[in-house]
Design a protein around this ligand. Structure first.
Ligand code: KG4
Ligand code: ZN
Length: 340
């Protein structure tokens, strides 16, 4: 069973081939960072155009690296949403055309489900049920997963996503884009206790997040230091900001485990590549006697391998092979984030 997956929800054009739902044969990612870096963030129109220029090449490369031809494929998985609709439509149209041409089933995958199940691409595979902390540029959510298709939303951000906070703080410090890796690198040299930035708890038992106040606090601090004519201690600002984000993420993840009497935690999404967050979660998990499964760093940021893995696990669970749905449309909001 050979599955081709395509991901184009934001600023990565990606394709991957997965064999028998287990073995990754190729994983190709074309990053658009250079296109968007001058603007300090993703420009949707440029992103869509860049996807259309690169998608055929990326898919070709994924097939070549897997050493297979289109004729050998058994199905095509594609990110259906959430994301930038103009970007998603490029991937969906391309996948639909391929599926139609080859008479293959087409599987729409939710991008958040892709992140959540990306942990199965690594060696440290969790047992169900588990709590998943999905932290990326677009999302910050806690779910309880009981199988590959059943996720209960426990908490979500009320404003900015954690990755968005990293990106915005990096922008106001003039560091560049994307901010996460730049801030975490600078933070290594800084003192995490240098500046007491606020942590938004939103109530003792609350599993929601809020990061916009933190971003404003960093902006105010920078302004105040500049007004006073002091040099900015960038490493200290980065370390202290990162510590505020990590403290909230770790505390709420542990609280979610406690509240739901669950013993396993999964960390996924672009911000899951953050070394401080990984270390702190492992340490807290060990202290509390819980198992912490980290998605391998290379699968944390957007990729198509996670879309292939999610499609495979979900098909296995539902024991269905989707038919070719030619009406498939993109969505910008995930049904997984709907609160009832
Ligand atoms: O999952 P992803 O590639 O895209 C979305 O689905 O949003 O996540 C990208 C986000 C960006 O905001 C980026 O700054 C953040 O992940 N990120 C990090 C690190 N590496 C990437 N944030 C903190 N520390 C990192 N090392
Ligand atoms: Zn993502």
């Amino acid at each position: 069973m050979l599955l081709l997956a395509i991901e184009s929800s934001c600023d990565e054009t990606a394709a991957a081939v997965l064999a028998d739902g287990r073995q990754l044969l190729s994983d190709v990612i074309h990053s658009q960072i250079a296109v968007h870096a001058p603007y300090g963030g993703v420009v949707p129109e440029l992103a869509s155009r860049n996807h259309i220029e690169n998608i055929a090449l990326v898919v070709r490369q994924a097939l070549d690296q897997a050493n297979i031809t289109l004729a050998e494929l058994d199905g095509i998985a594609v990110t259906q949403g959430p994301g930038l609709v103009g970007c998603l439509l490029v991937g969906i149209s391309f996948a639909k055309a391929l599926a139609m041409g080859r008479g293959l089933p087409l599987i729409g995958v939710d991008h958040i489900a892709g992140h959540l199940l990306s942990v199965f691409l690594g060696n440290d595979k969790p047992e169900y049920p588990f709590i998943a902390l999905v932290v990326s540029g677009g999302h910050t959510s806690l779910f309880r997963a009981t199988d590959p298709v059943t996720f209960t939303l426990l908490g979500r951000t009320r404003d900015d996503a954690a990755g968005e906070a990293f990106d915005k703080v990096a922008k106001l410090l003039g560091l560049g884009y994307p901010g996460g890796p730049l801030i975490s690198a600078l933070a290594e040299e800084g003192n995490p206790a240098a500046i007491a930035f606020p942590r938004a708890w939103l109530g003792q038992d609350n599993l929601d997040f809020s990061f916009s106040g933190l971003k404003t606090a960093v902006a105010n601090y920078v302004h105040q230091e500049r007004q006073a004519g002091r040099d900015l201690r960038l490493a200290d600002i980065c370390a202290s900001f990162q510590e505020a984000v990590v403290a909230v993420l770790v505390t709420k993840a542990m609280l979610a485990l406690k509240q739901t009497a669950t013993r396993t935690l999964v960390l996924a999404g672009g911000v899951a590549a953050n070394p401080r967050l990984r270390d702190q979660l492992l340490a807290r998990g060990e202290a509390d006697g819980c198992r912490v499964c980290l998605t391998p760093a290379r699968f944390c940021t957007d990729n198509a391998a996670m879309i292939a893995m999610a499609a495979a696990r979900q098909m296995e669970q539902t024991k269905t092979t989707p038919v070719l749905d030619l009406d498939m449309d993109a969505y910008s909001r995930s049904p997984l984030l709907e609160t009832t």
